[in-house]
Write a protein that binds this ligand. Structure first.
Ligand code: NAD
Length: 443
């Protein structure tokens, strides 16, 4: 995970690694996921005084596979799609990470996301490494049959490297439970027996877990409640602004609102709505279903969507997309707590500005780890062939999220000058490094 050289001042961290120092990079470089991951890695590795050798191991993906997938399109033509699967680390268990179908998938992006998964699984201490996959294609332009054929051939090409004990994919951008069902079926046909635990995020009838759909939003709620306790705040007087009203943001809004929080604003890509007394989230969800947008919701006023992120609140929950808080706007953020539902909503330069403003950040690799945690439960249930009720799933999710929060925040409290994000990375790197050291290197 070497930071790109251009733009920023560099200094030597360990042999062969480059550390980007605190000079402000150009926005383009600042928002590059690869750069962000590298900066966070380097900050945590330096603090941990991680030795050169382990640093090199953790910076490289264990395995990167590129496959070229010939597929017959509906009109009879043959097209070849390129797909990747990167297993960043399998030191703590099988690889775990989604498969993305999008036209702009690159090997670099898949690599960065695979490493991200290693840290996320380690933060919540579940027995997985990190992996990610992707196929360069535009699912919006493909028929269901074409997507099915891409999925089956992609799975067949990866037959030797995925599996319940090796690497367990899940849905990501452009893929869903239908795609996971095709992966499960293709893998099972090759294995000659039904293997439900090869993927997570499956439909319930194929071994999916109860509680998976709401798991990421629920995880956000659990860590937000922990942060509130820390500051002696009560949900009833806590004003929440949520960006993104999809799976994560919509679920978080619904659950937080049921827990008594005042959701004063929801921001979507096309509109933002505001009610100082708290929005009726169920009614807003119905309104969006009916009209296709949150705009003009009768129980709220429309506000400027480009300024909505900057209104005063107690909890800001970005749950839409990456790089929404950068060096250009971090100084305008007015919240006490930032709960990162999305992956990578804050750049590393923005981190420093938020720290100066004393904003309590619950970093993405902790805040949105509820999804991968219930994926882990799905894998466990598939392997034991015994399924849990929703209450048990939610209780166990809470146990893991609370332990993750306590470990990260406890670490930050004990080490002056270490913010929550660096603490999360330090904890994760330390856990993975310790697994590598304990296993030793197989010559
Ligand atoms: P989603 O597509 O269901 O929802 C995203 C929502 O954000 C959509 O309603 C979309 O219209 C809105 N949006 C997009 N761009 C926006 C913008 N610029 N401003 C305001 N709103 C915008 O996706 P999701 O599954 O909810 O994922 C959201 C984020 O959470 C992503 O970063 C994803 O990687 C991350 N995440 C998701 C999960 C999960 O379980 N779904 C788990 C971990 C992390």
């Amino acid at each position: 995970m070497h930071a790109p050289a251009g733009g920023a001042e560099q200094e030597s961290l360990c042999k062969g690694c480059i550390r980007v120092t605190t000079t402000t990079p150009e926005l383009e470089q600042e928002t590059n996921p690869w750069t962000s991951a590298a900066i966070r890695f380097d900050q945590a590795a330096a603090r941990l005084k991680l030795d050169d050798g382990i640093c090199k191991v953790l910076k490289s993906a264990a395995r990167e596979i590129t496959v070229h997938i010939p597929v017959q399109l509906d009109d009879g033509r043959i097209e070849v799609f390129t797909g990747y699967r990167v297993q960043h680390s399998i030191a703590r268990g099988p690889g775990k990470g989604g498969i993305r179908y999008a036209p702009d998938v690159t090997l670099d992006e898949v690599r960065a996301l695979a490493a991200w998964m290693t840290w996320k699984c380690a933060v919540v201490n579940i027995p997985f490494g990190g992996a990610k996959g992707g196929v360069i294609c535009d699912p919006k332009l493909l028929s269901d049959g074409e997507i099915e054929r891409i999925t089956r051939r992609y799975t067949a090409e990866l037959m030797d490297v995925i599996g319940p004990e090796r690497d367990v994919p899940a849905p990501d951008v452009g893929t869903n439970d239908r795609v996971m069902a095709w992966i499960m079926d293709t893998y099972s046909m090759h294995a000659r027996h039904a293997t439900t635990a090869v993927v997570t995020g499956k439909p319930m009838e194929l071994g999916g877990s109860r509680g998976r759909t709401e798991a990421t939003g629920r995880g956000c709620m659990i860590v937000t409640l922990k942060a509130l306790q820390r500051f002696g705040m009560e949900p009833g007087s806590t004003r929440v602004v949520i960006q993104g009203f999809g799976n994560v943001g919509g679920m978080a809004a619904r659950l937080l609102s049921r827990a008594g929080f005042k959701i004063i604003s929801i921001i979507e890509y096309d509109a933002a709505v505001y009610n100082p007394n708290g929005l009726d989230i169920e009614a807003l969800l119905d309104w969006r279903k009916e009209t296709g947008s949150i705009a003009d919701f009768p129980g709220a006023e429309n506000i400027d969507k480009d300024e909505a992120l900057y209104q005063e609140c107690d909890v800001l929950l970005p749950a839409a997309t990456e790089n929404v808080i950068t060096s250009h706007n971090a100084h305008k953020i007015r919240t006490k707590i930032l709960c990162e539902g999305a992956n990578g909503p804050t750049t590393s330069v923005a981190d420093e500005i938020l720290a100066e403003k004393k904003i309590f950040v619950i970093p993405d690799i902790l805040a949105n780890a509820g999804g991968v945690t219930v994926s882990y439960f799905e894998w466990v249930q598939d392997r034991q062939g015994f399924f849990w009720n929703e209450q048990l799933v939610n209780e166990r999710l809470e146990e893991i999220m609370v332990a993750g929060f306590d470990a990260v925040i406890g670490f930050s409290d004990k080490h002056p000058g270490v913010n929550n994000r660096t603490a999360a990375y330090m904890l994760a790197l330390d856990r993975v490094a310790s697994a590598i050291r304990t296993r030793g290197l197989y010559a």
